[in-house]
Ligand binder design. Structure first.
Ligand code: SF4
Length: 64
């Protein structure tokens, strides 16, 4: 079971805070939305930090 972060794009304000905290996981894609990289393993502490700091509370872990 792989845990991966997911972003609720409807709530995301594009503050880019998650990118600042965790650039290996979050990026701004060509269509102007936050995208989660497709990784085999996610850095738990960094993602937890991004979740904690997200002003819209729109990042969460999901079991894939
Ligand atoms: S920190 Fe949250 S609101 Fe800001 S860009 Fe990332 S997902 Fe969107």
């Amino acid at each position: 079971m792989v845990r991966q972060p997911v972003v609720n794009l409807g709530a995301c304000s594009l503050c880019e805070g998650c990118i600042a905290v965790c650039p290996s996981v979050f990026r701004l894609n060509d269509t102007g939305f936050i995208e989660v990289m497709d990784l085999d393993d996610y850095p738990r502490d960094e993602v937890d930090e991004a979740i904690k700091n997200c002003p819209e509370d729109c990042i969460e872990w999901e079991e894939a």
